[in-house]
Design a protein around this ligand. Structure first.
Ligand SMILES: C[S@@+](CC[C@H](N)C(=O)[O-])C[C@H]1O[C@@H](n2cnc3c(N)ncnc32)[C@H](O)[C@@H]1O
Length: 171
């Protein structure tokens, strides 16, 4: 595996700071690396993320890429697979075999990811939904698929239990 982190979550040109903040918090808590592909629809500053409720920013292993082309150059140096979550994909994610080092990418809230990104991906994965319903919130989609990927590769953090695990700790 190329890096210390078992997986990477890539945010393609995020539109909504609250969603980006939720996904970066997810990355911090699960020990998943994050990649931000610019331009975003909001300034990628610490102030904006903190206002969106992300107070774990210093715990996120994050790379920023000025364009998709720059991200692709970086990815080529790492030799990592790109797995795009897309409402246009036909392959359901629960049947996909994830590997350590995989990069799971989510698209924009407004428009998903463009054809160029679909073509570049090693796999395009779909979360099956009930007929007639369009899509999930992007952070929910990211959480579902990262959870399955971490389960498959046994990549969840081995965190300490706070207290004795039976209930609220004594003050
Ligand atoms: C709100 S959705 C994008 C909606 C956009 N109109 C489209 O159809 O692509 C934002 C992102 O969440 C992810 N997503 C949401 N629902 C999904 C699903 N059922 N399967 C795969 N990815 C999904 C995708 O990465 C998508 O680009």
């Amino acid at each position: 595996m190329p890096d210390a982190s078992p997986l990477c979550l890539a945010l393609f040109q995020p539109d909504i700071p609250q969603n980006a903040g939720t996904m970066l918090r997810l990355c911090a808590c699960l020990g998943v690396e994050a990649a931000l592909i610019e331009p975003a629809a909001f300034p990628l500053t610490e102030r904006h993320f903190r206002r969106a409720g992300l107070d774990y920013l210093d715990q996120v292993m994050m790379t920023r890429h000025l364009s998709f082309a720059a991200f692709e150059q970086w990815r080529a140096t790492k030799g990592r697979r790109l797995l795009l979550l897309s409402t246009r994909a036909s392959q359901p994610y629960p049947a996909f075999a994830f590997q350590p080092g995989d990069i799971v990418m989510v698209g924009r809230e407004s428009a998903g990811a463009p054809d160029e990104v679909h073509r570049a991906a090693d796999a395009r994965l779909r979360i099956p939904l009930r007929a007639g319903l369009r899509s999930l919130n992007v952070a929910v989609a990211a959480g579902m698929v990262l959870g399955e990927a971490l389960r498959q590769i046994d990549g969840f953090p081995r965190g300490e239990v706070i207290g004795n695990g039976t209930g609220p700790s004594q003050a």
